[in-house]
Design a protein around this ligand. Structure first.
Ligand SMILES: Cc1cc2nc3c(=O)[nH]c(=O)nc-3n(C[C@H](O)[C@H](O)[C@H](O)COP(=O)(O)OP(=O)(O)OC[C@H]3O[C@@H](n4cnc5c(N)ncnc54)[C@H](O)[C@@H]3O)c2cc1C
Length: 262
């Protein structure tokens, strides 16, 4: 198993939950890309740490959603070591980075015994904690599509304590037209289902609406997007509470994105 920041792998090993035959430390490999900004996309290599995202001026400016989301992860010691790609491979249901990958439709550059390939996050995220990787495959980098500079990004999370695992979180991206009507919107919800989900039906309801006259997002409006998905039910929160939180975090993320769109 590859070891990147070790912030999930080490606790799992200590708990004796897994016993891999070999662990390959990626940290001395020099060939991974760093943070690379190109027209239309940002590439982050396999060893780009979460804290780098917070400290990097290009990311704050060009990919504010990722910048906002990462600041909710753990605490600084975790972010100093933990990598974006490690979080995408770990695929925890509550994790912020997979939620952003779902919203932005990020893609992954993968290499392995059969050569290099690229996978969309939606294909890669096969099941919680189970990315679609063949034996011996390694993720080299993640590509994050960029939205036009005038877009607004919003992120909202409810957790028991700040920086605890999210009970529910939402990510929104919005572009307004010259009359301040919603031209393009993306909304994704994390923590509520085993994997982050895109709210395509709610997005369709929001397109064309005036940003100055947005109705509240109600439970009914989000129900269609949640239907057919398992709602997480565990010691931190039951399914009814997570279902209750979904429209709340969605509304906050949309409101924030609208207020930041130019
Ligand atoms: C106290 C604490 C608080 C935390 N809070 C949060 C939180 O609020 N939100 C959150 O999302 N996470 C949280 N985490 C989890 C953690 O931030 C991430 O899951 C972690 O940082 C993943 O990245 P890593 O680089 O540490 O990966 P590692 O732990 O090194 O690896 C994780 C998994 O990914 C695989 N892997 C890593 N890199 C690659 C690669 N390039 N190719 C293929 N497979 C790879 C590993 O083999 C392993 O299975 C917390 C962890 C701790 C200990």
């Amino acid at each position: 198993m590859p070891l990147a920041g070790g912030q999930s792998l080490m606790p799992t090993l200590i708990a004796r939950a897994i016993a891999p035959g070999a662990i390959v430390d990626l940290n001395r490999i020099q060939d991974f890309p760093d943070v690379e900004l190109e027209p239309g996309r940002l590439r982050t290599g396999a060893l780009v740490r979460m804290q780098q995202v917070i400290d990097h001026p290009d990311i704050a400016q060009n990919l504010p959603l990722l910048h906002q989301a990462v600041s909710h992860i753990g605490h600084r010691a975790i972010r100093n070591r933990g990598t974006l790609v490690g979080s995408l491979c770990q695929l925890d249901p509550w994790a912020e980075v997979p939620l952003v990958a779902c919203a932005l439709e990020a893609s992954l550059l993968i290499t392995g015994p059969s050569g290099p390939r690229q996978a969309r996050f939606s294909e890669f995220a096969a099941a919680p904690n189970r990315p679609l990787l063949a034996p011996g495959e390694l993720v080299v980098a993640a590509d994050w599509p960029l939205w036009r500079p005038e877009h607004g990004a919003g992120f909202s999370e409810v957790a028991r304590r700040p920086n605890d695992p999210a009970l529910a979180c939402a990510a929104a991206l919005i572009l307004l037209d010259e009359n301040r009507h919603i031209q393009r919107v993306v909304l994704a919800i994390g923590g509520v289902c085993p994997l982050p989900i895109r709210c395509h039906q709610l997005e369709a309801l929001l397109v064309g609406k005036s940003a100055d006259d947005l109705r509240a997002i109600t439970t009914d409006m989000i129900e269609a997007d949640l239907s057919g998905h398992v709602i997480r039910d565990d010691a931190l929160a039951d399914a009814a509470y997570r279902r209750h939180l979904a429209p709340i975090v969605a509304a906050r993320a949309v409101e924030q994105a609208v207020s930041r769109a130019r």
